[in-house]
Design a binder for this molecule. Structure first.
Ligand SMILES: CC(C)(COP(=O)(O)OP(=O)(O)OC[C@H]1O[C@@H](n2cnc3c(N)ncnc32)[C@H](O)[C@@H]1OP(=O)(O)O)[C@@H](O)C(=O)NCCC(=O)NCCS
Length: 187
């Protein structure tokens, strides 16, 4: 294992530093411009998203010297309205949940335990033991990673998964939906 550092982003100045030199955007793009997402992400949009994470929740990065190689972001579910609206009727008290909004590891650093450490670090920090997340129905890496932590699929009583179609601009040049499932963690 390399000598990696896990740091919490403390304020907007610190966040700007990682966006201004392109490091964080480049990492985010690498994580989501391939299967199963093929997202066409603009730097400004990614930056705004991370500003929201910082304003409402908790954001950690993993660094290898000067290189940003991982990130995780979590915030109260109430701050993520579109997800809250879909899952609220399927949870006992949705307002107590946190939303595990984002996680990614640089392709050259995968399967080294970075996402696992990021999640455990985040879990120790948030004031809730109830978490909901959303992932692509075919994102095997993410489903396997989170199942390992104890996340379970959010389903109807008969096992039908709760789903949401998320519309994004894709590399192919048009906006297309992709189907997401929800996973919940309750400890
Ligand atoms: C999902 C992702 C964050 C995993 O990051 P990672 O740092 O490689 O994960 P870890 O090394 O901590 O893996 C921990 C465990 O998760 C599971 N896992 C991780 N990647 C996996 C894969 N490609 N296939 C199957 N299981 C996988 C394994 O159980 C793994 O343990 P093991 O390596 O001992 O078998 C990474 O693949 C990624 O950035 N993907 C693109 C972005 C993304 O899809 N984010 C999730 C959006 S919801």
């Amino acid at each position: 294992m390399k000598d990696l550092q896990y740091i919490q982003v403390a304020d907007t100045n610190m966040l700007s530093m990682y966006f201004n030199d392109g490091r964080l955007y480049e990492l985010y793009d690498l994580c989501f411009n391939t299967a199963p997402y093929f997202e066409d992400l603009k730097g400004n949009d990614v930056c705004k998203m991370f500003e929201e994470y910082l304003k409402n929740g908790i954001l950690y990065l993993c660094l290898d010297d000067e290189k940003t190689v991982g990130f995780i972001a979590t915030m109260p579910l109430l701050c993520k309205k579109d997800v809250y609206e879909v899952v609220k009727e399927h949870l006992v008290d949705a307002s107590k949940y946190w939303y595990h909004a984002d996680i990614g590891t640089h392709p050259q650093y995968r399967r080294m335990g970075i996402a696992k450490i990021l999640f455990q670090t985040m879990l120790a920090k948030i004031p809730s033991s109830h978490i909901v997340m959303r992932t692509h129905e075919k994102n095997e890496a993410s489903i396997s990673l989170h199942s390992g932590f104890g996340f379970k699929r959010l389903t109807l009583a008969d096992g039908t998964p709760i789903i949401q179609d998320v519309h994004q601009l894709r590399k192919a040049g048009h906006i297309e939906p992709d189907r997401r499932i929800f996973l919940i963690y309750e400890k």
